[in-house]
Design a protein around this ligand. Structure first.
Ligand code: 4AD
Ligand code: MG
Length: 457
């Protein structure tokens, strides 16, 4: 039986079998106490083995990390610290461990644990992180499925750079020593797909095509960015959730983002209380209050222009200068949501020159219908916009930016036949997990992080 099921009962249980990994052992001459964890919940099961067992000598020498199988009876624990314990009638070693098992200490630094990413899931913190990650993945699907959104798998290999930032990882089978060239330029037509391709930076463009048929859709998949920024909030491979909704403007987009975030927080509070309690006690003090109040909070909205005014009036000296037309940096984002509004904040209507080509032009011709959702500690967690659904306006914008409209003919076609106002956003799943767990480094909320210089495991 899984330990979670066993510990959530209210009665003693006879003849039960458990399997898991030894977290700690206190061995005595007469009796030994073993903490067993099988990953099903934060708590370990206290097992009590006494010297009448035929292999007691082996049991008393068990090392942390060993894998064991035990039979016994679950009884109320007379000692403090746990409600139940397992009186062991038989214990077999499935896989031995030796004294070199790297997870000996109670507390290791996250940096050290990153270097043993193959073993860190067996630690308290990472057990909690990856259970939360799994539960929230399920909640993402539940939120959209309950609202009749269609789940679409957008391609991972693509020929278009959605965000236009040139951060595609190249996908090629050409010989790196001798690629075919015409006039000294690589001839991508001879490559595997007959074109220059890379790993997707966003499923949005294809998502828009599906929203033009199914009305409301979402994607949830791996996303890749070859940006060389070694920060605690950027990963080269991360997971993004991208809904796209037809017949919607920017205000409807913000409402969906707000409902979505609130739903995920409420879900975690209901289903992951033991793990969240741990984060609250050991990772971010006050986390539970923060999440509890988000579940009922009003999300503030501010235009980019107002945000710039606020920052300029703040009297703070920021590392990066604040001027209209420049992108907001993490320090600005955090100041706005932490100091100015004290909670989640939508910043809307950004200057068009710092945003992607597909965003809908506002009347002022200077800004676009973009939104970023900023949250305390993390900064930007969501980026989205209303899309430019007017064919001619979009085409003109692409030409203005020096893009080749032929390469995105399919994207323009949607604006020729049955175009409709639509909007969407992308939620970075790891940024969400950082916000919900208090973990401060993106490398510590994804099982096997990929960052510049690191792709081990
Ligand atoms: O703001 P971004 O770049 O928006 C898009 O990609 C749009 N196409 C989304 C859409 O409208 N459908 O990325 C969206 C979110 C960011 O707010 C951030 O949370 C996350 O994705 N993100 C990253 N997370 C981890 N590492 C990175 N390198 C990230 N880049 C973006
Ligand atoms: Mg963004």
């Amino acid at each position: 039986m899984r330990i979670k099921t066993l510990l959530s009962g209210h009665e003693p249980v006879a003849d039960v079998e458990v399997r898991g990994w030894v977290r700690t052992l206190r061995a005595g001459k007469e009796v030994s106490f073993i903490e067993l964890n099988d990953g099903s919940c934060f708590s370990s099961l206290q097992m009590v083995a006494d010297c009448s067992l035929d292999n007691y000598a082996t049991i008393a020498k068990l090392a942390t990390g060993a894998c064991v199988k035990a039979m016994g009876t679950l009884v109320p624990s007379p000692a403090k610290g746990q409600q139940w314990e397992l009186q062991v009638s038989e214990l077999r070693v499935v896989g031995h461990a030796d004294q070199n098992y790297p997870l000996q200490k109670k507390r290791h630094s996250f940096e050290y644990l990153r270097s043993i990413a193959h073993l860190r899931p067996r630690s308290n913190t990472f057990g909690a992180v990856f259970r939360l990650r799994s539960a929230l993945s399920f909640a993402v699907h539940q939120f959209f499925q309950q609202r009749d959104f269609l789940y679409v798998h957008t391609p991972i290999i693509t020929a278009s750079d959605c965000e236009g930032a040139g951060e595609l990882f190249r996908v090629t089978t050409l010989d790196p020593q001798r690629p075919p060239k015409t006039d000294d330029v690589i001839d991508w037509e001879q490559d595997f797909f007959g074109a220059k391709t890379g790993l997707t930076v966003s499923g949005q463009l294809q998502g828009e095509l599906f929203a033009s048929a199914f009305s409301d859709i979402y994607t949830f998949g791996p996303t890749f960015r070859a940006e060389n920024s070694n920060t605690s909030r950027h990963a080269s491979e991360f997971w993004m959730i991208e809904p796209e909704i037809a017949f919607a403007d920017l205000a409807a987009d913000c409402r969906l983002a707000e409902d979505f975030l609130r739903y995920l927080v409420t879900y975690a509070l209901e289903h992951c209380s033991e793990d969240l309690q741990f984060f609250n006690d050991r990772i971010e003090k006050g986390l539970l209050d923060k999440l509890g109040s988000l579940a009922t909070a009003r999300f503030e909205t501010m235009t980019y222009t107002e945000a710039v005014n606020q920052l300029q009036r703040s009297g703070r000296s920021f590392e990066f200068p604040v001027e209209w037309g420049a992108d907001l940096q993490s320090e600005h984002e955090r100041y706005l949501c932490e100091q100015v509004v004290g909670g989640p904040l939508f910043v809307v209507d950004y200057p068009k020159q710092i945003k992607a080509f597909y965003m809908r032009a506002n009347e002022d011709d200077k800004t676009v219908a973009a939104m970023d959702l900023l949250v305390p500690r993390v900064g930007e967690i969501i980026g989205g916009s209303q899309r430019e659904e007017r064919h001619d306006v979009l085409l003109a914008r692409m030409l203005e930016l020096g893009m080749e409209p032929e390469s995105l003919q399919w994207y323009l076609d949607i604006r020729r036949w049955g175009s409709c106002p639509h909007a969407g956003f992308g939620l970075g799943f790891e940024r969400l997990l950082m916000y919900m767990s208090g973990m401060e480094n993106i490398r510590d909320v994804i099982p096997f992080p990929r960052t510049p210089g690191h792709a081990a495991f």
